[in-house]
Design a protein around this ligand. Structure first.
Ligand code: MN
Length: 259
C-alpha cells in the first residue's frame, strides 16, 4: 500500500498546481524508491493468528533452518507461516460462535461431521501440522528405544520393515495427504494414510486410531527442495524424527486411563 501514497500525492499536487505554472518543480518530487527484494527468514514466534480466534499458533519448537538439510528452511517458513497459519485462521473463523469454539481440537475432530468441510479441512490442517512439527527436531533421527521399539518390532517385524512400509505408504498416497503410524483399537500399531487434511481422529471416516507419528506428503511439504521426488523427502524425514516425542505419544496412547 505504501508505494501508492506518493503517487496519489503527486496526482494531488499536479491537480492543485495546474494553474500555478509550477508544474516543472512539481514533477521533480522524488519518486518512491524501488522496493528491494530481500529474502529474509522470519521468526516463527512472530506468526500469530488473527485477533479473537479460539486456537493460537503453537510455537514451532525449533528454528526454520533446524531441520536442514533434510527439510529446508524456506519450506519450513512457508509451511508454518503461510499454510499452517491459514489453517489456524480458517479454523477459528469456521468455529466462531459455535460450541466448537470451546472444545479441544481433538474433540472437535472426533465428533466431526464430515460434511462440515471448513472444519474438516482446517481443523485437520491445524491438528496435523501441530503434530508434525512436534515429532521432528534438529539432530534427531536414529531409531526408537524401549516400549515403542518393542511394539514396532512386534507389529512390523523390525524397524527397517516399519521404515520401508511407512515410506511406501507415503509414496502410494495419491495427491495430497498424510501417512500415519497409529495405535488402533486393538492395541496394535499400524500404518494408515489419509487424504487432504483428514486424520485418524475423524471417527466417521475410518482408519481410526490414536496418532503416534505423522508425515505430511502434500507437495508443499517438500517441493522446493525435492521437487517431484517424494521418496527422497520421506527418507530424509527419518533423519529428523524426534523419537523421544513419538515415544511419549505412544506411552500416552497405551495408557489412556491415566488421563
Ligand atoms: Mn502441510
Amino acid at each position: 500500500m505504501k508505494k501508492f501514497i506518493p503517487a496519489i500525492c503527486l496526482i494531488g499536487l499536479l491537480v492543485s498546481c495546474n494553474n500555478s505554472k509550477k508544474l516543472e518543480e512539481v514533477v521533480e518530487v522524488p519518486l518512491p524508491e524501488k522496493e528491494e527484494v530481500v529474502v529474509e527468514m522470519g521468526n516463527p514466534a512472530d506468526v500469530k493468528v488473527d485477533e479473537g480466534g479460539s486456537f493460537e499458533m503453537i510455537p514451532l519448537p525449533y528454528a526454520y533452518n533446524a531441520l536442514e538439510p533434510h527439510i529446508d528452511a524456506k519450506t519450513m517458513e512457508i509451511h508454518y507461516s503461510k499454510h499452517h497459519l491459514g489453517y489456524a485462521n480458517n479454523l477459528n473463523k469456521a468455529i466462531a460462535g459455535t460450541e466448537m469454539a470451546n472444545m479441544s481440537i481433538e474433540d472437535i475432530l472426533k465428533k466431526l461431521d464430515p460434511e462440515n468441510k471448513a472444519v474438516r479441512n482446517n481443523g485437520g490442517g491445524y491438528y496435523n501440522h501441530n503434530f508434525f512439527w512436534e515429532i521432528m527436531g534438529a539432530n534427531k533421527g536414529g531409531e526408537p528405544t524401549g516400549d515403542l521399539a518393542a511394539a514396532i518390532n512386534k507389529d512390523f517385524g523390525s524397524f527397517a520393515d516399519f521404515k520401508t512400509q511407512l515410506i511406501e505408504a507415503g509414496m502410494k498416497q495419491f495427491g495430497s495427504g498424510w501417512a500415519w503410524l497409529i495405535l488402533d483399537k486393538t492395541g496394535k500399531l499400524s500404518i494408515v494414510t489419509t487424504a487432504n487434511q483428514d486424520n485418524p481422529l475423524m471417527t466417521k471416516l475410518g482408519n481410526t486410531g490414536t496418532p503416534i507419528l505423522a508425515v505430511d506428503v502434500w507437495e508443499h511439504a517438500y517441493y522446493l527442495k525435492h521437487q517431484n521426488k517424494r521418496k527422497d523427502y520421506l527418507e530424509g524425514f527419518f533423519n529428523v524424527i524426534n523419537w523421544d516425542k513419538v515415544a511419549e505419544k505412544y506411552a500416552a496412547a497405551v495408557t489412556p486411563a491415566v488421563k
